[in-house]
Each structure stands twice: as structure tokens, then as C-alpha cells.
Design a binder for this molecule. Structure first.
Ligand code: PEP
Length: 257
């Protein structure tokens, strides 16, 4: 864990237009200092329509905050109305792209094969995937959360080379905890995050497994983040609702204080 830099990423989902997004990033930039960025990597994941504005702000002011997209097309270009490609996101200097968020799986029918193709598209363009996996309530009630989540991991990483996999960020997000106020216990988070790391070691070896950052996501707030971060295999958080409040997001970044 000491070699893995904690990573806090704010998933804005379909919130904040580009003007609101600029104001939000300015608030974060004003509040966060070098010592925060030395301790924690910080990223925002705005809607596509905000990315150009965020890029201009970050590049122009040499801000240390990183940014990425909430999705990425598996295709390079062409007749895919409404989609946004890896080359377009790379041109905007996106460091990250979320892949396989449960809301994409649920509302857009994304399956593991498509998630796998999106992971590969991100790597083709030098973008780091934040791969979201996690079980729903029925699976949790049946006690099948580890097997279910690892099957999603296996599916997303089909034919992904070790050289790429070492930089991936995996977000364990139990669907029943997303946006519900129902946070997994630190032990629940550790159980699955630990299993994810063990599977990464089986697939790619100990070195890759030790390098990969695993985030927990699901109703993370300033009041519960420290206990979750204390778990040995939790290296950060993917934060939805609470990331829309700049003061709250800054408190989450400063979870050690
Ligand atoms: C998310 O969007 O990935 C998420 C975890 O949302 P929330 O923090 O609102 O539960």
C-alpha cells in the first residue's frame, strides 16, 4: 500500500453544465494545495460537454487536478451517433475514462464484452480506464458478491496485456450502495477489494497486482471515507453525489486530517 498513491475521483454523472463545471473546478483548485496533491491524486470526471472547459482551466492555470470522461466508445470513428471516441478524449488530454459504470450497464445494456472493448480503446489512446465492477442487491443477499465481481473483472480484462493492466484503476462499486446512502462496511469493501487484488495476481503476477489501485465507490462521504481507506486493499474512492459539493469533496481528499 505505501507505494500506491491514494486516488480520489469525483464522478459528476449528468450534473453541472460547463459554466458550473468551471466554477466547481475553480473552487477545488482554490482549496487544494501542493500538500494535498502530494498525498492524494485528485481527479474530476465531468460530462463530455464540460471537458474542453475543464481542459482549458487545468492547462491554463497549470492545475494539478486531473480529469477524465465518464465513458468512451470502443470505436475509433464513424457512424456511431452520440458516442465519443478515444482519439477525441486523448486530444482533450483526458487522463482517465470511466468504463463499465453500473449506470451504463443498467440503463444502456453494457455487457462485459463491450466493457472489455472500451478498456482496450482507452489503452489504444493512452487513457487509463477506471473500470467499475460490483454486484447488485440480489447477488449480495445470496452471498455471491466475490464470484460475481471477479467474473466482471475477468470479462473486462480479456486479452488485456500485463503491461497495460498494471496501470488500470479498478473501482469496486456494489450497486446497492450507489446513490442510496447505504455504504458498504469497511469489511465488506475489503473482502471484495482483496479478492480483486488476488485475482489480478493470478492473471498478471504479484508486481501488477501490487501496483493497481483499487477504489471503493458507493455513498462515500467525508464521514465514512477514513474507515474505508484504512482497509489494506482500498486505495481510493470513486465519489458520485458527494463530489458535487466542493467543500465535501475537499474533505474527502483530506481524509487523513
Ligand atoms: C458513483 O457514481 O460511482 C458513485 C459511487 O455514486 P455515489 O457516491 O453517489 O454513491
Amino acid at each position: 500500500k505505501p507505494t500506491r498513491i491514494p486516488f480520489m475521483a469525483g464522478n459528476w454523472k449528468m450534473n453541472l453544465n460547463h459554466l458550473e463545471g468551471i466554477a466547481h473546478v475553480q473552487k477545488l483548485a482554490f482549496a487544494l494545495h501542493d500538500k494535498d496533491y502530494e498525498a492524494v491524486e485528485v481527479a474530476v470526471l465531468p460530462p463530455y460537454t464540460d471537458l474542453r472547459s475543464v481542459q482549458t482551466l487545468v492547462d491554463g492555470d497549470k492545475l494539478k487536478i486531473k480529469y477524465g470522461a465518464q465513458d468512451i466508445s470502443p470505436h475509433e470513428s464513424g457512424a456511431y451517433t452520440g458516442d465519443v471516441s478515444g482519439p477525441m478524449l486523448a486530444k482533450l488530454h483526458c487522463t482517465y475514462a470511466v468504463v463499465g459504470h453500473s449506470e451504463r450497464r443498467q440503463y444502456h445494456g453494457e455487457d462485459d464484452a463491450l466493457v472489455n472493448a472500451k478498456v482496450k480503446a482507452a489503452y489504444r489512446h493512452g487513457i487509463t480506464p477506471i473500470l467499475c465492477i460490483g454486484e447488485g442487491l440480489e447477488v449480495r443477499k445470496a452471498g455471491e458478491q466475490v464470484a460475481y465481481t471477479l467474473a466482471q473483472l475477468d470479462g473486462a480484462l480479456q486479452d488485456v496485456a500485463a503491461a497495460d493492466a498494471g496501470s488500470i484503476v479498478v473501482a469496486y462499486e456494489p450497486v446497492w450502495a450507489i446513490g442510496t446512502g447505504e455504504v458498504a462496511t469497511p469489511e465488506d469493501a475489503q473482502e471484495v477489494c482483496g479478492a480483486i487484488r488476488t485475482r489480478l495476481a493470478e492473471l498478471y503476477g504479484d508486481e501488477v497486482a501490487a501496483a493497481v489501485r483499487i477504489q471503493y465507490g458507493g455513498s462515500v462521504k467525508s464521514g465514512n471515507v477514513a474507515a474505508i481507506m484504512a482497509q489494506p486493499d482500498v486505495d481510493g474512492a470513486l465519489i458520485g453525489g458527494a463530489s458535487l459539493d466542493a467543500d465535501e469533496f475537499v474533505k474527502i481528499v483530506r481524509y487523513r486530517d
